[in-house]
Design a protein around this ligand. Structure first.
Ligand SMILES: [Zn+2]
Length: 231
Protein backbone atom coordinates (compact mmCIF):
# COMPACT_ATOMS: atom_id res chain seq x y z
CA UNK A 1 0.00 0.00 0.00
CA UNK A 2 1.17 3.51 -0.75
CA UNK A 3 2.53 5.48 2.15
CA UNK A 4 0.14 8.37 1.67
CA UNK A 5 -0.64 8.70 5.35
CA UNK A 6 2.71 7.95 7.00
CA UNK A 7 1.43 8.78 10.48
CA UNK A 8 -1.36 6.20 10.35
CA UNK A 9 -1.08 2.46 10.74
CA UNK A 10 -1.21 0.47 7.50
CA UNK A 11 -4.83 -0.58 7.99
CA UNK A 12 -6.00 2.87 9.09
CA UNK A 13 -4.18 4.41 6.12
CA UNK A 14 -5.82 1.97 3.70
CA UNK A 15 -9.24 2.62 5.18
CA UNK A 16 -8.90 6.38 5.03
CA UNK A 17 -7.59 6.17 1.47
CA UNK A 18 -10.53 3.99 0.52
CA UNK A 19 -13.05 6.37 2.06
CA UNK A 20 -11.52 9.33 0.21
CA UNK A 21 -11.51 7.50 -3.12
CA UNK A 22 -15.13 6.51 -2.62
CA UNK A 23 -16.00 10.09 -1.72
CA UNK A 24 -14.50 11.27 -5.01
CA UNK A 25 -15.95 8.50 -7.13
CA UNK A 26 -19.42 8.86 -5.63
CA UNK A 27 -19.41 12.64 -5.99
CA UNK A 28 -19.62 13.28 -2.23
CA UNK A 29 -17.27 16.26 -2.38
CA UNK A 30 -19.22 17.53 -5.36
CA UNK A 31 -22.53 17.15 -3.52
CA UNK A 32 -21.10 18.91 -0.48
CA UNK A 33 -19.35 21.88 -1.98
CA UNK A 34 -19.88 22.28 -5.74
CA UNK A 35 -20.11 25.86 -6.88
CA UNK A 36 -21.15 26.33 -10.51
CA UNK A 37 -18.85 28.72 -12.32
CA UNK A 38 -21.04 30.74 -14.65
CA UNK A 39 -20.01 34.39 -14.52
CA UNK A 40 -17.19 35.49 -16.74
CA UNK A 41 -15.06 36.41 -13.73
CA UNK A 42 -15.53 32.93 -12.22
CA UNK A 43 -14.57 31.25 -15.48
CA UNK A 44 -11.52 33.44 -15.89
CA UNK A 45 -9.02 30.74 -14.73
CA UNK A 46 -10.27 28.46 -17.53
CA UNK A 47 -10.17 31.16 -20.17
CA UNK A 48 -6.68 32.10 -18.99
CA UNK A 49 -5.46 28.48 -18.97
CA UNK A 50 -6.78 28.07 -22.52
CA UNK A 51 -5.11 31.24 -23.73
CA UNK A 52 -2.74 31.03 -26.71
CA UNK A 53 0.32 31.41 -24.47
CA UNK A 54 -0.48 28.00 -22.98
CA UNK A 55 -2.21 26.05 -25.74
CA UNK A 56 -0.79 27.75 -28.85
CA UNK A 57 1.89 25.07 -29.24
CA UNK A 58 -0.22 21.99 -28.61
CA UNK A 59 0.16 20.48 -32.04
CA UNK A 60 0.66 16.75 -32.30
CA UNK A 61 -0.72 13.55 -33.75
CA UNK A 62 -1.07 10.90 -31.07
CA UNK A 63 0.48 7.56 -32.04
CA UNK A 64 -1.91 5.99 -29.52
CA UNK A 65 -5.34 7.46 -30.26
CA UNK A 66 -4.50 8.76 -33.77
CA UNK A 67 -6.17 12.03 -32.83
CA UNK A 68 -4.57 15.27 -34.05
CA UNK A 69 -4.52 17.91 -31.32
CA UNK A 70 -4.38 21.53 -32.39
CA UNK A 71 -4.81 24.89 -30.64
CA UNK A 72 -8.14 25.30 -32.49
CA UNK A 73 -9.63 22.35 -30.65
CA UNK A 74 -8.79 23.92 -27.29
CA UNK A 75 -10.38 27.13 -28.54
CA UNK A 76 -13.52 25.17 -29.41
CA UNK A 77 -13.80 23.80 -25.88
CA UNK A 78 -13.28 27.31 -24.53
CA UNK A 79 -16.22 28.37 -26.71
CA UNK A 80 -18.36 25.44 -25.49
CA UNK A 81 -17.65 26.49 -21.88
CA UNK A 82 -18.60 30.05 -22.82
CA UNK A 83 -21.85 28.77 -24.36
CA UNK A 84 -22.66 26.74 -21.25
CA UNK A 85 -22.50 23.46 -23.18
CA UNK A 86 -19.78 22.28 -20.87
CA UNK A 87 -20.65 23.13 -17.29
CA UNK A 88 -17.85 23.97 -14.91
CA UNK A 89 -17.88 23.57 -11.16
CA UNK A 90 -15.45 24.37 -8.41
CA UNK A 91 -15.31 21.75 -5.70
CA UNK A 92 -13.55 21.90 -2.37
CA UNK A 93 -12.02 18.54 -1.48
CA UNK A 94 -9.18 20.06 0.53
CA UNK A 95 -6.77 18.82 -2.17
CA UNK A 96 -7.07 15.29 -0.71
CA UNK A 97 -4.88 12.77 -2.51
CA UNK A 98 -3.75 15.69 -4.67
CA UNK A 99 -6.60 15.13 -7.07
CA UNK A 100 -6.65 18.13 -9.31
CA UNK A 101 -9.56 18.07 -11.70
CA UNK A 102 -11.96 15.84 -13.51
CA UNK A 103 -14.02 15.76 -16.71
CA UNK A 104 -17.10 13.58 -16.98
CA UNK A 105 -18.05 12.91 -20.56
CA UNK A 106 -21.51 11.50 -19.83
CA UNK A 107 -22.75 14.84 -18.51
CA UNK A 108 -20.19 17.24 -20.04
CA UNK A 109 -19.07 18.37 -16.63
CA UNK A 110 -15.69 19.82 -15.79
CA UNK A 111 -14.71 19.98 -12.13
CA UNK A 112 -11.89 22.11 -10.85
CA UNK A 113 -10.77 21.31 -7.35
CA UNK A 114 -10.02 24.26 -5.14
CA UNK A 115 -6.71 25.35 -3.69
CA UNK A 116 -4.20 24.52 -6.42
CA UNK A 117 -1.03 26.42 -7.25
CA UNK A 118 -1.64 28.50 -10.43
CA UNK A 119 0.79 26.47 -12.54
CA UNK A 120 -0.81 23.23 -11.41
CA UNK A 121 -4.21 24.67 -12.14
CA UNK A 122 -3.23 25.47 -15.76
CA UNK A 123 -1.87 21.97 -16.25
CA UNK A 124 -4.92 20.30 -14.80
CA UNK A 125 -7.31 22.42 -16.87
CA UNK A 126 -5.42 21.62 -20.09
CA UNK A 127 -5.32 17.93 -19.11
CA UNK A 128 -9.07 17.77 -18.53
CA UNK A 129 -9.92 19.88 -21.56
CA UNK A 130 -7.92 17.34 -23.60
CA UNK A 131 -10.38 14.74 -22.30
CA UNK A 132 -13.22 17.06 -23.30
CA UNK A 133 -11.77 17.23 -26.83
CA UNK A 134 -11.55 13.44 -26.95
CA UNK A 135 -15.17 13.25 -25.85
CA UNK A 136 -16.42 15.79 -28.39
CA UNK A 137 -14.51 13.94 -31.12
CA UNK A 138 -16.22 10.70 -29.97
CA UNK A 139 -12.87 9.06 -29.42
CA UNK A 140 -12.90 5.40 -28.48
CA UNK A 141 -9.52 4.27 -27.21
CA UNK A 142 -7.73 2.64 -24.29
CA UNK A 143 -7.26 4.40 -20.96
CA UNK A 144 -3.47 4.48 -21.31
CA UNK A 145 -3.61 6.26 -24.68
CA UNK A 146 -6.31 8.71 -23.61
CA UNK A 147 -4.29 9.62 -20.55
CA UNK A 148 -0.93 9.73 -22.35
CA UNK A 149 -2.36 12.32 -24.77
CA UNK A 150 -3.71 14.43 -21.90
CA UNK A 151 -0.45 14.29 -19.92
CA UNK A 152 1.55 15.33 -22.99
CA UNK A 153 -0.80 18.21 -23.86
CA UNK A 154 -0.69 19.47 -20.26
CA UNK A 155 3.11 19.29 -20.24
CA UNK A 156 3.29 21.26 -23.51
CA UNK A 157 1.15 23.99 -21.90
CA UNK A 158 3.29 24.01 -18.76
CA UNK A 159 6.60 24.13 -20.61
CA UNK A 160 5.33 26.80 -23.02
CA UNK A 161 5.21 29.34 -20.22
CA UNK A 162 7.96 27.91 -18.01
CA UNK A 163 10.66 25.72 -19.61
CA UNK A 164 11.80 24.75 -16.10
CA UNK A 165 8.36 23.82 -14.81
CA UNK A 166 8.79 21.51 -11.83
CA UNK A 167 5.16 20.41 -11.58
CA UNK A 168 5.08 17.69 -14.23
CA UNK A 169 3.56 14.47 -12.88
CA UNK A 170 6.00 12.13 -14.64
CA UNK A 171 9.56 12.63 -15.97
CA UNK A 172 8.55 10.97 -19.27
CA UNK A 173 6.27 13.92 -20.06
CA UNK A 174 9.15 16.31 -20.63
CA UNK A 175 10.93 14.68 -23.62
CA UNK A 176 7.58 14.10 -25.35
CA UNK A 177 6.40 17.66 -24.72
CA UNK A 178 9.73 19.06 -25.92
CA UNK A 179 9.33 17.25 -29.24
CA UNK A 180 5.87 18.79 -29.59
CA UNK A 181 7.29 22.24 -28.83
CA UNK A 182 9.99 21.67 -31.45
CA UNK A 183 7.41 20.70 -34.07
CA UNK A 184 8.79 17.15 -34.15
CA UNK A 185 5.68 15.27 -33.00
CA UNK A 186 4.67 13.50 -36.20
CA UNK A 187 4.16 9.85 -37.05
CA UNK A 188 7.34 9.21 -39.01
CA UNK A 189 9.65 10.53 -36.29
CA UNK A 190 10.92 7.53 -34.32
CA UNK A 191 12.05 9.78 -31.42
CA UNK A 192 8.43 10.94 -31.04
CA UNK A 193 7.05 7.40 -31.24
CA UNK A 194 9.51 6.36 -28.52
CA UNK A 195 8.82 9.40 -26.29
CA UNK A 196 5.08 8.76 -26.60
CA UNK A 197 5.54 5.08 -25.72
CA UNK A 198 7.47 6.11 -22.60
CA UNK A 199 4.57 8.29 -21.41
CA UNK A 200 2.09 5.55 -22.23
CA UNK A 201 4.12 3.01 -20.22
CA UNK A 202 4.30 5.36 -17.24
CA UNK A 203 0.55 5.89 -17.31
CA UNK A 204 -0.01 2.16 -17.57
CA UNK A 205 2.13 1.55 -14.49
CA UNK A 206 0.14 4.11 -12.49
CA UNK A 207 -3.47 2.92 -12.40
CA UNK A 208 -6.28 5.39 -11.72
CA UNK A 209 -7.69 5.68 -8.22
CA UNK A 210 -10.75 3.62 -8.93
CA UNK A 211 -8.66 0.71 -10.24
CA UNK A 212 -6.41 1.00 -7.20
CA UNK A 213 -9.47 0.89 -4.99
CA UNK A 214 -10.53 -2.41 -6.52
CA UNK A 215 -7.18 -4.05 -5.90
CA UNK A 216 -6.78 -2.81 -2.34
CA UNK A 217 -7.25 -5.41 0.38
CA UNK A 218 -10.33 -3.63 1.66
CA UNK A 219 -13.06 -5.32 -0.30
CA UNK A 220 -15.12 -6.06 2.77
CA UNK A 221 -15.04 -2.46 3.82
CA UNK A 222 -16.21 -1.36 0.39
CA UNK A 223 -18.96 -3.98 0.44
CA UNK A 224 -20.27 -2.79 3.79
CA UNK A 225 -20.04 0.85 2.72
CA UNK A 226 -21.95 0.07 -0.43
CA UNK A 227 -24.71 -1.58 1.55
CA UNK A 228 -24.89 1.24 4.04
CA UNK A 229 -24.79 4.04 1.49
CA UNK A 230 -26.71 2.09 -1.14
CA UNK A 231 -24.57 2.68 -4.19
ZN1 LIG B 1 -6.85 12.22 -17.29
Amino acid sequence: MLMIFPKLSKVAGENLYTYIVIAYEQDFFFAGSAKPLIERADLQPIYAALGMGNIGKINFVSPGTRLAYTPNLYGTIRWLVNQGQIRVFEVDAAALLSRVSNYRSDINRLILYKGLAPQLSIMSIVHEVTHAIQDWRNLVSGHKYIEADAYIAAAVAALSTDPNCAFLEYPAQKPAAKLVLAGQAFGTNTAWIQAYADVRKTVEADPPLIVLLKILPTRDLIKSLKTRLQF
